[in-house]
Design a protein around this ligand. Structure first.
Ligand SMILES: Nc1ncnc2c1ncn2[C@@H]1O[C@H](COP(=O)(O)OP(=O)(O)OP(=O)(O)O)[C@@H](O)[C@H]1O
Ligand SMILES: [Mg+2]
Length: 147
């Protein structure tokens, strides 16, 4: 894939819609598989993209997953409109969660999403404006693997 043919696609994510939990990350995973992203990288992307999507569904009103694939990397930018994260250091702590009882009943709220995203990404940038929303940018290098 030549640099000038970098692939880009945006996916809307609706806050609160648990019936579509994981749909966008599934689409992204299938797309990346189709263009030849190797399985070990695909696994890391699947984990990170699922957790990022779930955080928008769980905590935000609406958001977008913006996917860019170049010969060097897969980059995902998640932007949402929502309450934002007042204390990012706290939110990054393993086990910290503000998930509701209902969310915990569905199996969410271990407080492991953000730490797992960070673990699986080569680039991890989290920024938030409380009261407005959150932006999470992650990238995983393809290490010269030919797509
Ligand atoms: N997009 C977001 N908007 C607002 N708050 C967020 C967002 N993403 C994460 N948070 C806050 O950061 C906390 C930690 O997020 P993290 O994904 O690590 O855990 P969790 O979503 O609570 O549980 P899990 O991901 O294990 O199901 C959340 O409980 C929430 O308070
Ligand atoms: Mg989470």
């Amino acid at each position: 894939m030549a640099k000038e043919r970098a692939f880009r696609q945006a996916f809307p994510v609706k806050g609160g819609d648990f019936s579509r939990a994981g749909d966008v990350s599934c689409l992204i995973k299938n797309l990346l598989k189709e263009i030849g992203v190797p399985a070990p990288i695909l696994r890391r992307l699947a984990i990170a993209s699922y957790e990022a999507e779930m955080n928008i569904i769980m905590y935000a009103a609406e958001g977008t997953a913006d996917l860019t694939v170049t010969p060097d990397e897969v980059r995902l930018v998640y932007s949402d409109r929502g309450p934002g994260i007042p204390d990012i250091t706290l939110a990054m702590r393993e086990g910290y969660s503000t998930a509701t009882a209902e969310m915990r009943e569905l199996g969410f709220g271990a407080g492991m999403g953000l730490p797992n995203i960070k673990k699986n990404a080569d680039t991890f940038l989290l920024a938030s404006e409380p009261g407005r929303g959150t932006r999470l940018e992650i990238a995983i290098r393809l290490n010269g693997r030919q797509l």
